[in-house]
Design a protein around this ligand. Structure first.
Ligand SMILES: CC(=O)N[C@H]1[C@@H](O[C@@H]2[C@H](O)[C@H](O)[C@@H](O)[C@H](O)[C@H]2O)O[C@H](CO)[C@@H](O)[C@@H]1O
Ligand SMILES: [Zn+2]
Length: 294
């Protein structure tokens, strides 16, 4: 019987790369502090575009080998963050990347967007009842930016929160567990605007082929909606290294990055969260475990 650390954080993400982009500094911080950090990634990212020309053959419409390759990218990213517990929902390849909203891949049997919600949530309940986290981090209802796998990851995570605590649901998956605090990823508008100002001041708006806009950043909210701000300054290098590990998806340029759309955007080392379940430990938390008693 493994005795887990006192503080346990669970994060649920759609594709390999989302964890580093959204929560890399937070994951590195808590791992360094001795908390148990568990990442569940719902797909292998099989439908992603590929940035490095030398790896273009991996793409779904060529060798269709991007999924296994991104498993390796994710493992490298986890090493950079010091996170040892990362899993794929239902096992590697159980749910395939559904592609961007509206593409034919959304209808492919076996893709995550077509998953049975309770079956997928059941896989996550097993992890919740094993790890017994006090804190869960997930996407908002729009998945941050409307990608079907992100929306589905939100739905599965929130469904699993309820099912994991229900003593009548799948007793075979372990003792019920009620997650004390649930947060959704977000970015305060002031931080986005400051970040793009930094990008322009650094002249990166000339280096990147294009520059993203505030609306391209997932989960932008009014500053007043933010519950917690995690200062990841001490873990900025680890976050950048983790993002660089996802080289098929992300190009990193100092404190900035671009996805395969070539739109430069700021890399945030202050990572923000909205509390949607549980009690906040302060008006503006600097610790996701604030107020957790067990
Ligand atoms: C950050 C994220 O969720 N990436 C997803 C996303 O990738 C984007 C997609 O390929 C889009 O067509 C590009 O313009 C954009 O630059 C990419 O970030 O969707 C992929 C397919 O579902 C997914 O594999 C990738 O992880
Ligand atoms: Zn994603």
């Amino acid at each position: 019987m493994t005795v887990l650390p006192a503080r346990r954080l669970l994060l649920v993400h759609a594709h390999p790369d989302d964890e580093s982009i959204n929560n890399g500094a937070t994951m590195a911080k808590y791992a360094a502090e001795g908390a148990h950090v568990t990442l569940v990634t719902c797909t292998l990212g099989e439908e992603g575009e590929v940035i490095p020309p030398a790896l273009a053959h991996l793409a779904a419409d060529r060798d269709d080998a991007l999924g296994p390759y991104r498993i390796g990218e994710l493992a490298t990213a986890m090493n950079a963050l010091g996170v040892e517990d990362h899993r794929f929902l239902g096992g590697p390849g159980r749910y395939r990347d559904s592609g961007m909203m509206g593409v034919p891949q959304n209808d492919r049997p076996g893709c995550f967007w077509q998953a049975d919600l309770d079956e997928a949530a059941g896989h996550l309940v097993a992890v919740v009842r094993e790890v017994r986290p006090q804190v869960l981090v997930a996407y908002d209802t729009n998945g941050g930016y409307g990608h079907p796998d992100h929306i589905q990851a939100h739905r599965v995570a929130m469904r699993a929160v309820g099912l994991a605590a229900d003593p009548d649901f799948r007793p075979d998956l372990g003792e019920p567990h009620d997650i004390a605090k649930v947060y959704w990823n977000c970015v305060p508008r002031s931080a986005v605007e400051e970040g793009f100002a930094r990008l322009r001041a650094a002249g990166r708006d000339s280096l990147f082929p294009g520059v993203a806009s505030v609306d391209d950043v997932p989960g932008v909210v009014a500053d007043t909606e933010v519950t917690a701000a995690i200062d990841g300054t001490d873990h900025a290098a680890a976050k950048a290294a983790a993002m660089r590990a996802h080289a098929t998806q992300i190009a990193v340029d100092g404190p900035f990055f671009a996805l395969s759309n070539d739109l430069g955007q700021p890399m945030f080392v202050h990572e923000h969260y909205r509390l949607v379940k549980g009690e906040a430990g302060a008006d503006r938390e600097d610790d996701l475990f604030a107020g957790v008693t067990a």
